[in-house]
Design a protein around this ligand. Structure first.
Ligand code: FES
Length: 382
């Protein structure tokens, strides 16, 4: 008897649901194709705290060492900088030599001081933007920045409460922000930092790390020098022996540094049977090997406009856009964030598809920031 009653009730519910679905279909059919003119309060709220781009001014420049400087930036409109997860980066837009360059830089300041951000930039060999920032940028200079973005951060749900940070060179920037945040918020039980640099003068924020280690028994720091032998510092590169000395059981690793360091560590992780799920690293992509240098034509379609510029087989399509004085739509520049995802209309390319969905690959979508031309190429930008 009970079953029969339930059946009747179910029929009523289904009938109501059908009416609802038909009614909605009718409304959709007769509704305007134009987008609504109003915006939702929540979107306006989000756009104040996380605008898609911000105009910022440099308030202070600090020389950290011979080839590294920190830049304090604040919003021109006087609003706070957006809240960010320690380890995130912003994309900095730099106009120089009549060209527009966009480069990602990790925020090195604390997550709870949002009046300003600090980004720390080391001059790279052949780095146009890092050279410009280290030698030409002055206080009160203005820039456009995008973000913060990124996935290199600690998660209480996903990661162990005992973590090991392996940082090399300027890779310390995001790690510094993470360590200060995690110790202050007491989100982790212990942190071991191994910080590798070439010489002792290259160590950034040594005093800060040493004081932090004195105040927090659960934080240990080891400085490792690769090009200077000193009695009071271990010498060499991060190797198996060093990792084994850290008591690896149940730890999550945060790795940030040059590509070569990550590649070397990756081999050690495999040897030590440490699964990928315990390893977090800043995203990077190796430049693809290209054969002889050829010059092709890149045709760009964007919002009804067509631009044709030269492109070299040795440069990514984004680099060619920069050289061609075309403002490229980029955030991460390493083929991970998907912001530059574009349709390949014609031509052949050498590209990294590891961050693309299979469907995107089938439909010939590419990330121009990690794509090299092998012929004349035609693409449609977002
Ligand atoms: S800029 Fe992020 S994928 Fe190209």
């Amino acid at each position: 008897m009970k079953d029969i009653v339930m059946e009747k009730d179910q029929k009523k519910v289904f009938a109501k649901f059908n009416d609802l679905a038909l009614g909605r279909r009718d409304i959709t059919k007769h509704s305007s194709k134009d987008l609504p003119k109003y915006s939702y309060a929540v979107n306006e709220f989000v756009s104040v705290f996380h605008p898609s781009q911000m105009e910022v001014v440099v308030t202070k420049i600090v020389e950290e060492n011979e080839n590294t400087k920190s830049f304090w930036i604040k919003r021109e409109d006087g609003e706070s900088m957006p809240p960010f997860q320690a380890g995130s980066y912003i994309t900095l837009e730099v106009h120089t030599n009549g060209r527009i360059y966009k480069r990602p830089y990790t925020i090195s300041s604390d997550t709870d001081s949002l009046k300003e951000y600090r980004i720390t930039i080391q001059e790279e060999k052949n780095g146009i933007v890092s050279h410009y920032m280290c030698y030409d940028c002055k206080e009160n200079d203005k820039f456009t920045v995008y973000g913060p973005f990124g996935h290199f951060h600690y998660s209480m749900i996903r990661d162990s409460s005992d973590i090991i940070c392996l940082a090399g060179g300027s890779g310390i920037t995001g790690v510094r922000s993470m360590i200060f945040d995690l110790l202050k918020s007491k989100k982790v039980s212990s942190i071991a930092l191994v910080y590798g640099t070439k010489t002792v003068n290259d160590i950034l924020w040594k005093k800060e790390f040493d004081e932090l280690a004195k105040k927090n028994k659960n934080f240990k720091v080891t400085y490792l020098l690769s090009e200077e032998k000193r009695d009071d510092y271990p010498y060499g590169l991060m190797d198996e022996e060093l990792l084994r000395s850290l008591n690896l059981e149940g730890k999550t690793f945060f790795v940030s540094g040059p590509v070569a360091m990550y590649q070397a560590l990756n081999e050690i992780f495999i040897k030590l049977d440490i699964p990928n799920k315990f390893i977090r690293h800043e995203e990077f992509r190796d430049p693809l090997e290209t054969d002889e240098e050829e010059i092709y034509e890149l045709t760009i379609h964007q919002k009804g406009n067509v631009t044709v510029i030269p492109c070299k087989s040795s440069e990514t399509l984004v680099q060619s856009m920069e050289e061609g004085r075309f403002s490229a739509p980029v955030h991460c520049t390493v083929g991970v964030c998907g912001y530059c995802r574009s349709k390949l209309l014609s031509g052949t390319v050498k590209t990294d598809t590891s961050a693309l969905r299979k469907k995107d690959v089938d439909l010939k979508y590419i990330h121009p920031c990690v794509t090299y031309p092998l012929s004349d190429v035609e693409i449609e930008l977002p």
